[in-house]
Write a protein that binds this ligand. Structure first.
Ligand code: NAP
Ligand code: G4F
Length: 325
């Protein structure tokens, strides 16, 4: 795949960093859009910093996005930037709508005007299914978002479909279920748990405060999903695909396995249920059916739940200087 070029929004995030590594490894010329922060946040892409061209841009700002598309002239555009934390979307709904919703429209307009033949990947989310009535969820399952984040993602999903239909652009949605890694932000529940467990083992704290332990998610491993993103744009025609493991587990199960792997079996003594982490409207249960991605793109989630938890617990123990148990 030499000589191909890709533009990634959200390159500093969990998924953007794994995708940048994958594409650099495949010989792509990779450009990443980064927004100005008072302290640069390039840790996730440290391994590919010399191979990725960084350009300033913000999904809130049309001119910088248009300029980034114009100068990079990408063959493929991956829109991974978002205000991606559901809990924050309740506290900052307008900002979330601006970035996670309208930001996609700004990028689609920038591509339409400056690189109309580029293939565009939109990071859609299982959070769009929200209040689910059927299980597992697939590409035909109706959307019923339960957060400002989910609402904004539904907007972006349909904007992407509309640009495909209205302008014959190549735009594809990846409807991805939760995917995690040692690069996951510390506020998300999986990483909060594995970091909390490591802190307890390191003697830095005794407790971990969590919200709804009964929520169930279909948790996969982020590098597997970066591979799916790339496969999605390699298909001859644009389409929308669910990415999922097909298994769902509760937050409680994640806690049990994580503590056990760190050598602690009486996890109940350490976990405090704190209602401040409950959401005004919760998504109780998500489990995806990725048969279409398997059939059409040859993709399957390789890393299963127990391995995912182990990878994350080991990485966080190591961060605190503790050898794996
Ligand atoms: P993440 O780690 O939170 O990364 C988000 C990225 O967006 C960061 O690079 C962030 O940059 C950037 N960003 C935020 N606001 C921006 C703005 N106004 N302009 C430009 N960039 C901005 O998210 P992720 O887990 O990698 O997820 C990637 C995408 O997939 C997101 O769109 C997310 O909503 C979606 N998604 C994720 C999952 C999942 O389970 N991970 C599942 C389904 C869909 P800074 O470094 O400057 O903050
Ligand atoms: O880890 P979470 O914050 O992820 P959530 O809300 O499922 O969203 C993630 O996955 C979506 C895909 O479905 C992405 F689109 C989105 O960008 C993000 O990556 O919460 C998971 C569950 C929730 O039900 C939450 O109520 O864990 C529950 N939970 C229980 N205690 C907690 C906590 N969540 C967080 N963050 N912190 C807690 O203390």
């Amino acid at each position: 795949m030499a000589d191909r070029s890709a533009l990634i929004t959200g390159v500093t995030g969990q998924d953007g960093s794994y995708l940048a590594e994958l594409l650099v490894g495949l010989g792509y010329r990779v450009t990443g859009i980064v927004r100005r922060l008072s302290s640069p946040n390039l840790t996730n892409i440290s391994s590919v910093l010399s191979d990725v061209q960084l350009v300033d841009g913000d999904l809130m700002d049309q001119s910088s996005i248009s300029q980034a598309v114009k100068v990079s002239q990408p063959d493929e555009v991956y829109n991974l930037a978002a205000q991606s934390f559901v809990a924050t979307s309740f506290a900052q709904p307008v900002l979330t709508g601006e970035i996670t919703g309208l930001g996609t429209l700004r990028l689609l307009e920038a591509v339409r005007a400056n690189a109309p033949t580029a293939r565009v990947y939109q990071a859609s989310s299982s959070e769009m299914f929200g209040h689910v009535l059927t299980e597992p969820q697939d590409e035909q399952t109706p959307f019923h978002p339960r957060s400002p984040y989910g609402v904004a993602k539904v907007y972006s999903y349909w904007a992407s479909v509309n640009y495909r239909e209205a302008y014959s652009m190549y735009v594809a949605n990846g409807i991805l279920f939760n995917h995690e890694s040692p690069r996951r932000g510390l506020e998300f529940v999986t990483r909060k748990i594995t970091d909390g467990v490591a802190q307890i083992v390191a003697g830095k704290t005794k407790t971990l405060r969590l919200g709804n332990l009964d929520a169930r998610r279909d948790w996969g491993y982020a590098p597997d999903y970066a591979d799916l993103m790339h496969r999605t744009l390699a298909a001859p025609t644009p389409d929308d695909y669910v990415g999922a493991t097909g298994e769902s587990h509760s937050v409680r199960e994640f806690v049990e396995v994580a503590f056990h792997l760190a050598g602690i079996d009486d996890w109940e003594k350490h976990v405090i249920i704190d209602p401040q982490y409950n959401r005004p409207s919760e998504v109780f249960n998500l489990r995806g059916n990725a048969n279409k991605a398997k059939r059409t793109l040859g993709w399957e989630a390789k890393t299963r739940f127990a391995d995912l938890v182990r990878i994350m617990v080991e990485a966080d123990l190591q961060r605190y200087g503790i050898a794996s148990r």
